[in-house]
Write a protein of this length. Structure first.
Ligand SMILES: C[S@@+](CC[C@H](N)C(=O)[O-])C[C@H]1O[C@@H](n2cnc3c(N)ncnc32)[C@H](O)[C@@H]1O
Length: 442
């Protein structure tokens, strides 16, 4: 260890910034959200002027001024940092992640600040901003935890139960009253079997499209129920010792019936476990997330929904197809092509056949011939561009272009079996442009 990380309390402390220009401004900005009192000096102050300061930063181009400022700080006994001059500094300024009470500093001991900043960006991505609320909540109950638990070991256990259990979850969700109530029960030695279920959208495939919240919940879960459509690279992000239960549903082949999935989640939450129900795309778009949420709430189980990028948005973005466009589409509709009864979906074809309107059909590979025929019958031009995207945002992606007239035949020719979406409308032709641009760039 080349340098020792330590944290200076800022509440009511004075910080000196010596120098002018953007570097001095940048140092001053570090303290914008802090309770410190910042004093700016345009020229080196005298040692007496620095007495009582907690920290001093020197950011001046002039070497003579720099040395004078360092000298003054040393005489005044104030630790000093000189921008870009580690040899003159008593301490280094780390790359900082500021979450209120929770502060993370990354330092390369002055060797390569850019490396520290890159690392900060990565760490920042895994520490949600809600941690500031969690840390503030921890501070608010600190005195009570100390008072109610005599020894270090039982305090540690109480903190774990509060912060990793339901109270922590509620604080992260911004429900401080709920968090407080659960923490009270832990401190009163009541058993708190307050499990929770998160219905989490895994996006269409590419793990980079997961939300930060989904990532955090996967690395925190006790048990994960997942679907067939969740990409294996996303399953790799689940906490190693979490239990995984495949409840996948292939078309017409319900591995675990819906009611059983709901009952399993309820039973696990009632044991006090952190349950994640991981679903492809977004849980509320053709994902039965609504039914699951209703069942959980009816059973009195705490449940939250984490949105995911739905297949239409992920696949269209990847293909360079804007689903709405000033010139080509003033609206977009997502429909299911699944035929609940008979061999065609029960949809309002007249409404869907409107021009300058994009239609995205989920689960529509099998019923594509009927969908195309009904739209043409209802007045949509047979020449309307159509695009099929199979396994979008995964390495197995396949895109097939055609028109409403050729859609069904193209699906058969290209051997598309799904999962795939159909994009029907003028914007579908723009995929060709995007592909040509990609090819030209390659
Ligand atoms: C039961 S629905 C679930 C939709 C999901 N909740 C969502 O928001 O994307 C399954 C259908 O979503 C579409 N789908 C899901 N992932 C896809 C992908 N990577 N590429 C193309 N279509 C996909 C297909 O139409 C598939 O049949």
């Amino acid at each position: 260890m080349q340098s020792f990380p330590a944290f200076f309390p800022l509440d009511g402390r004075r910080v000196a910034i010596i120098g002018e220009g953007w570097q001095a401004d940048a140092k001053a900005r570090l303290f914008d959200p802090a309770p410190a009192m910042v004093t700016r000096f345009s020229a080196p102050p005298k040692a007496e002027e620095l007495k009582g300061f907690a920290l001093a930063f020197v950011a001046t181009e002039d070497a003579g001024e720099r040395l004078a400022a360092v000298e003054a700080a040393r005489v005044a006994g104030v630790p000093v940092n000189v921008v870009d001059q580690p040899a003159l500094s008593d301490f280094y300024t780390p790359a900082i992640i500021d979450r209120g009470e929770l502060v993370v500093g990354v330092s390369t001991s002055g060797a390569a600040p850019t490396l520290a900043r890159d690392l900060r960006t990565r760490i920042e991505a895994i520490i949600p901003s809600a941690y500031a609320t969690l840390a503030g909540f921890a501070r608010s109950i600190r005195a009570r935890v100390l008072a109610s638990r005599g020894d270090f070991e039982s305090r540690r256990r109480a903190w774990e139960e509060i912060l990793r259990g339901g109270a922590g979850e509620r604080a992260l969700a911004g429900d401080l009253d709920g968090a407080q109530a659960l923490a009270d029960r832990v401190l009163a030695n009541e058993t708190v079997a307050a499990g929770v279920v998160h219905l989490v959208g895994a996006g269409p495939g590419d793990p980079d499209l997961l939300t930060l919240r989904a990532l955090r919940l996967l690395s925190d879960a006790d048990i994960v129920f997942h679907d067939r459509l969740v990409d294996p690279r996303i399953l790799d992000m689940i906490r190693r010792d979490a239990e995984r239960v495949f409840v996948g549903k292939a078309k017409g082949d319900h591995a675990v019936p819906q009611r059983d999935i709901e009952a399993l989640m309820i039973a696990e939450a009632r044991k006090g476990r952190r349950v994640v129900r991981l679903k492809g795309g977004d849980p509320f778009i053709f994902g039965r997330g609504g039914e699951e949420l209703e069942a959980l709430r009816a059973a009195g189980v705490e449940a939250h929904v984490v949105p995911g990028i739905t297949a239409a948005l992920g696949c269209a973005a990847e293909a360079g197809v804007p689903l709405t466009h000033r010139d080509h589409a003033q609206a977009v509709t997502f429909v299911t092509g699944h035929a609940k009864h008979g061999d065609e979906p029960d949809l309002d074809w007249n409404a869907l056949a409107r021009e300058k309107h994009t239609l995205v059909v989920y689960m529509g590979v099998e019923t594509a011939p009927k969908v195309a025929a009904r739209l043409i019958e209802a007045g949509r031009a047979a020449s309307t561009p159509a695009l099929v995207i199979e396994n979008g945002t995964t390495p197995r992606v396949k895109r097939v272009q055609g028109t409403l007239a050729t859609l069904a035949a193209r699906i058969v020719e290209e051997g598309v079996s799904g999962p795939a979406i159909l994009i029907i409308g003028e914007v579908a032709a723009l995929a060709e442009v995007a592909t040509r641009l990609e090819e030209a760039a390659a």
